[in-house]
Design a protein around this ligand. Structure first.
Ligand code: MF3
Ligand code: CO
Length: 264
């Protein structure tokens, strides 16, 4: 395998943190407009303003021809949804995935938010997916095999009986949006390297209420569940540290069970 995982020094990590902070702020600043009645294109348009206000580059727009400011994926859409005429309804969930470029350094992060009042099943899906991300981050420790990050996500999600998407995975990030290594959300059958301090990982579990199977719509981007079950997606960019991953896209948690008024 021709895998090379970059190791970043503290000065480089502070630059990555700037890109991460901007990436996280863009997601959080979108929250207030996520209401029933708006279209996903409205979200994309507002994101364009936020990128302008931040005076940063956009990591997704134009990436492999991607046409949106960010990815906006509703309900059965898992990832890579493009803003368009779809109107958000009360009870929907919407995944927002955005990346900023600052001085040539990349941040990448995602979260799934409720639209109005959502079902307890939807709340459980959000809470489990966000917590799975944090279980993975906790294992992003120097000396730990990368497979422990993957395994922690799988081990946490499995007892809930939810689908773990396999076709899309997390990734290294830094000077490019996608760098080595790939980071599956399940313990892979192949060998993964040990983590070194300063490796930069975008960890991003994508979890469904039903099947893990995926198909891509005719727009060649939007990935949906084959069974129409709803999906959630949470992502942070982290630096491998001595006690676990240090989050570079720091933002408040939004899907703790107590925040949502549920128990898992
Ligand atoms: N977080 C997603 C990923 O890492 C976003 C990529 S969208 C793209 O794959 F448009 F840039 F491809
Ligand atoms: Co990503």
């Amino acid at each position: 395998m021709s895998e090379h995982i970059a190791v970043r020094n503290p000065n480089e990590i502070s630059k990555l943190r700037k890109a991460g902070e901007v990436s996280a702020r863009i997601l959080m600043d979108l929250m207030p407009i996520i209401k029933p009645g708006i279209t996903t294109k409205d979200i994309d348009n507002y994101a364009a303003e936020l990128f302008k206000r931040e005076k940063c580059g956009n990591a997704f727009l134009g990436y492999a021809g991607y046409p949106g400011q960010l990815c906006i994926s509703v309900n059965e859409e898992i990832v890579h949804g493009i803003g368009g005429p779809r109107v958000l309804q009360d009870g929907d969930i919407v995944s927002l995935d955005a990346g900023a470029i600052v001085d040539g350094w990349y941040g990448d992060n995602a979260m799934t938010v409720p639209v109005g009042n959502v079902s307890d099943d939807a709340k459980r899906l959000l809470a489990v997916t966000e917590e799975a991300l944090f279980r993975g981050i906790a294992e992003a420790r120097q000396g730990n095999p990368l497979s422990e990050v993957c395994g922690a996500i799988e081990d946490f999600v499995k007892p809930f009986g939810f689908g773990i998407v396999r076709e899309y995975v997390g990734h290294g990030v830094g000077r490019h949006l996608h760098e080595d290594p790939q980071i599956p959300n399940y313990r892979p059958s192949y060998h993964l390297p040990r983590l070194k301090r300063g490796m930069i990982l975008a960890i991003e579990p994508m979890i469904t209420l039903g099947s893990f199977r995926v198909k891509v719509l005719d727009d060649d981007w939007t990935a949906v569940t084959t069974d129409g079950s709803w999906a959630a997606h949470f992502e942070h960019t982290v630096a491998v540290g001595s006690r676990g991953g240090e989050i570079l896209t720091e933002r408040p948690r939004i899907a703790l069970p107590e925040q949502l008024g549920i128990t898992l």
